[in-house]
Write a protein that binds this ligand. Structure first.
Ligand SMILES: [Ca+2]
Length: 508
């Protein structure tokens, strides 16, 4: 009996040792900036910014030229990133509600931890996880602190001052600005993970370059005395061709600092770029730490942002809109183990924030769950035809009624259906040939030459809506979009929902 027991113990020990020796799955680092439009990045063709570490990551890995946030606002995008699901399935956004705990159980950090990864999170988590209908972002109980092995996340929007963030305040003396403090935290996390003897998955969500634009003074020298040239689509005069729906709400009427004066524009764009430079520096800190820990050869790095930023394009500030500046972010993936075909290459195929969780699952050698709407981008890294997708859907279900809209985009074309109507405006369709007109200066919807393309894009839109109708959750006020986004819905059908929204008849 004794010897049988001994045999079992020995075989168990051997098995554990064997498993440990076999676990050479890569470490995964997921870095998310906040409100970084793709064009604010050097490797995306901007010669006015200094982002050497992002550029180097692209030179050594894969840069995705057409990466969209399927909902271009923090809370919804972060929910999508973690779960791989569209907003109408996460049911999580400002104005709608928090994420249910059972939905969070489907997120990549939870799944990777269950699969033996050592997991960590730092920065702006940005959405609430609770069964409650109302929540406050000032309380810790809506943050899944215990779902991670190591947690350094902050409340609500977090703070640029390191000392104001409970879990990273110990770095405040050396790094008073939180962006570099997250770089320091990353180094400590790697040591911790190494000691745990497991592959790690580290997610850092920087606050930068989100408002308020208060960059790290340490980088004041980088853009000192610099005058920025504005893009060709800057300003109100370049919004004439756009739908009336877009010229409502805070994106068009707020964020005055982008247009108040030359001086206010220069100040805003400099601070915005300087905040991004800080993130770039932190990326450099993280790569150095990886080398020092001897982990660089087996660590995948994914860098992206939760939404873009308009920066005055077409007179818009903020994000939310389906236009290029607001909905597109950089996406760079570096896998040190990848073949030559995934080194220093650019992929044109459309990708989205829905692809982040599936890609991470794939890197962790786990099956991508069927409920995830995105696809793993690993095959696309190796080959432009690695995934078959041609279109992706974009949704805005936040903000004033007028700007809530659905769109579809391919690498060459974008179709937007502005559904809102009242006595002053009708539903408006926009078609942009973004391959030739990246600035979206011409709505070619009325051009007969594009009849075939328009038909194709409308079909894609309708197909996307069918998927929406099939999958949409029945809570948090998402059902109404089945009707509102329907190109064929009548005013009468839509009216009911405007009534629900305002508790009264439509404004006009
Ligand atoms: Ca954001």
């Amino acid at each position: 009996m004794k010897s049988i027991f001994l045999l079992i113990v020995v075989s168990l020990v051997l098995r554990v040792t064997h498993l440990k020796a076999q676990d050479n799955r890569p470490n995964i680092i997921f870095l998310l900036s906040d409100d970084q439009t793709s064009i604010a990045t050097g490797c995306y063709g901007n010669t006015q910014v200094v982002t050497p570490n992002m550029d180097r990551l692209a030179e050594e890995g894969v840069r995705f030229a057409n990466h969209y946030n399927t909902t271009a606002i923090c809370m919804a995008s972060r929910s999508t990133i973690m779960t791989g699901m569209y907003e109408y399935k996460t049911a999580c956004n400002f104005l709608h509600g928090p994420m249910k705990p059972e939905t969070f159980q489907k997120s990549y950090p939870v799944l990777l931890r269950e699969a033996g990864y050592y997991t960590g999170f730092a920065g702006k988590f940005g959405f609430a996880v609770t069964d409650g209908e109302s929540w406050s972002d000032k309380t810790w109980d809506v943050l899944p602190v215990k779902a991670f092995d190591s947690w350094a996340g902050g409340l609500g929007q977090t703070n640029y001052k390191t000392e104001k963030n409970k879990y990273i305040s110990k770095y405040a003396t050396q790094y008073p600005h939180s962006t570099r403090a997250y770089g320091a935290w990353a180094e400590d996390f790697m040591k911790e993970a190494k000691a745990a003897g497991k592959p790690f998955c580290m997610s850092i969500s920087f606050k930068a370059p989100h408002l308020p634009f208060t960059p790290d003074k340490y980088f004041d020298y980088v853009y000192e005395g610099k005058e920025y040239k504005k893009p060709a689509n800057y300003g109100v005069e370049n919004a004439e061709h756009l739908a009336p729906q877009t010229k409502t709400g805070r994106q068009y009427n707020g964020y005055e600092f982008w247009r108040e004066s030359e001086q206010s524009y220069q100040k805003a764009i400099k601070n915005y770029n300087q905040l991004i430079h800080g993130v770039d520096y932190a990326l450099g800190m993280i790569r150095t730490a990886l080398e020092e820990q001897g982990m660089a050869d087996n660590t995948v790095i994914i860098f992206t942002s939760d939404n873009g930023y308009s920066c005055g394009a077409h007179n818009f500030g903020g994000k939310v809109l389906p236009y290029e500046e607001a909905s597109k972010s950089p996406l760079i993936i570096y896998d040190p183990r990848a073949p030559e075909s995934a080194r220093g290459v650019v992929r044109e195929r459309v990708t989205g924030n829905i692809d982040m969780a599936p890609t991470i699952m794939n890197f962790a050698e786990l099956e991508v769950p069927a409920y995830m709407d995105g696809e793993s981008l690993q095959p696309l890294m190796i080959d432009e035809d690695g995934i078959a997708r041609e279109f992706i859907g974009l949704f805005n279900m936040w903000g004033n009624d007028e700007i809530q809209a659905m769109s579809v985009v391919s690498k060459d074309w974008k179709y937007i259906y502005w559904q809102y109507e009242d006595d002053s405006m009708s539903p408006t369709e926009e078609l942009f040939n973004i391959e030739k007109d990246r600035m979206e200066m011409k709505n070619v919807f009325f051009n007969k030459k594009n009849t075939k393309t328009l038909k194709k894009m409308r079909n894609q839109y309708d197909r996307q809506l069918e998927v929406f109708k099939k999958d949409v959750v029945d809570y948090h006020d998402y059902q109404k979009y089945q009707t509102l986004f329907d190109r064929k819905a009548s005013v009468e059908q839509k009216k009911k929902y405007y009534l629900d929204l305002y508790g009264q008849e439509r404004k006009n």
